[in-house]
Ligand binder design. Sequence first.
Ligand SMILES: *[C@@H]1O[C@H](CO)[C@@H](O)[C@H](O)[C@H]1NC(C)=O
Ligand SMILES: *[C@@H]1O[C@H](CO)[C@@H](O)[C@H](O)[C@H]1NC(C)=O
Ligand SMILES: *[C@@H]1O[C@H](CO)[C@@H](O)[C@H](O)[C@H]1NC(C)=O
Ligand SMILES: *[C@@H]1O[C@H](CO)[C@@H](O)[C@H](O)[C@H]1NC(C)=O
Length: 345
Amino acid sequence: MQRLFHFLIYVCVLTSVLLITSILWTHGILVTWNKKWDADSLQKTQINRLPSGKESVNLTDGVYTYYLNVTQFLSEFPVLQDYQCSLTLTPHGHFEETLAQPLLILAIKSHPASGARRNALRRTWAQEGEVRGYWVKPIFLTAQTPKPGHTEILKIENREFGDILQWDFSESHHNLSLKERCFLEWLHHHLPRVAFIFKGDDDEYVNPYAVVQYIKIHGSSPYTLHGSLRPHSAVMRHTKYAVSKDLYPFNKYPHFLSGGGFLFPGSAVKSLYAASQEIPVFPLDDVYFGFLALAANLTYRHDARFYVYGLAFDACQYQRALVVHGIGPKRMVEIYEDIQRTQCT
Ligand SMILES: *[C@@H]1O[C@H](CO)[C@@H](O)[C@H](O)[C@H]1NC(C)=O
Ligand SMILES: *[C@@H]1O[C@H](CO)[C@@H](O)[C@H](O)[C@H]1NC(C)=O
Ligand SMILES: *[C@@H]1O[C@H](CO)[C@@H](O)[C@H](O)[C@H]1NC(C)=O
Ligand SMILES: *[C@@H]1O[C@H](CO)[C@@H](O)[C@H](O)[C@H]1NC(C)=O
């Protein structure tokens, strides 16, 4: 009798629990509670996330003062400010060990789809090895595309050549500034003793012999950047280099080096990296580097042998050039052989 009574109570309790649950459920209460709980945990992860750490700044170069308003940069380009550099592929080779020679990194921005260009460069000037007492290491700076095949190819290339750095952000024009910011972070943490860094594109001829020679003659200042100087360029409002007046109301940029190819000493990395942690990230990569250099109090040396607008082919002139922009993969292989063969006086 007592057993039956307990059993009836048990059935009653179970039924009411089921009934109440289903009523709550149909009224969407559980659903909203679920959502609220999700939102809470989401908020928690956002609170725990590191803040971008960037602040508005006034930078002055003695001629103009440039105000970078972090609120505006965060509203137009939040990813550029907030992205936390995360690597998916890293290079390998002798350069990681203690080298007898000073290290020169050739850092080449490359889209994952540009495998033909990378292969042409590897067959010509982008080879790891010693050049006039320096250890030269090419590294391709890459990001992500929606095509899974691209990353597979990069993985295979990296296994064979060990010359790929890849981050997990998506390739785009404005995201190129992330290649600057994240590359500085990588240099700062992984290559504290690098002597010099050349930055360029994958559609150009770079002359490691001339670059090393240039460093030996002009590279003694630890605070000087070298390249083709754009002095106080006018701000564009209509091309693919356009920026809004809200983001940047001024008509002029501070000096910067053309992104087609420039050179800087490893001793400048620390202050450039520190600046990248503090100032808003500008959506044009060469201008952004100019702002970093200004914030880091670095100086410039212009040299005409950075042929960032191209140069008609002449084997002897190319032997003296530091970089020539605008050469496709097929042409690269042809002219390289010609340059190697030609005796110039
Ligand atoms: C920058 O300069 C402007 C004008 O002098 C001033 O209003 C603003 O507070 C300054 N901002 C910062 C972050 O120093
Ligand atoms: C910075 O930008 C925000 C958002 O556009 C604006 O409200 C604020 O007035 C700007 N600050 C300055 C000092 O211009
Ligand atoms: C830049 O990269 C971020 C992170 O991967 C991505 O969300 C964003 O869409 C990219 N920007 C463009 C314009 O593709
Ligand atoms: C750059 O120089 C200015 C003025 O001399 C100084 O206030 C600032 O701290 C320097 N910045 C760096 C990164 O050395």
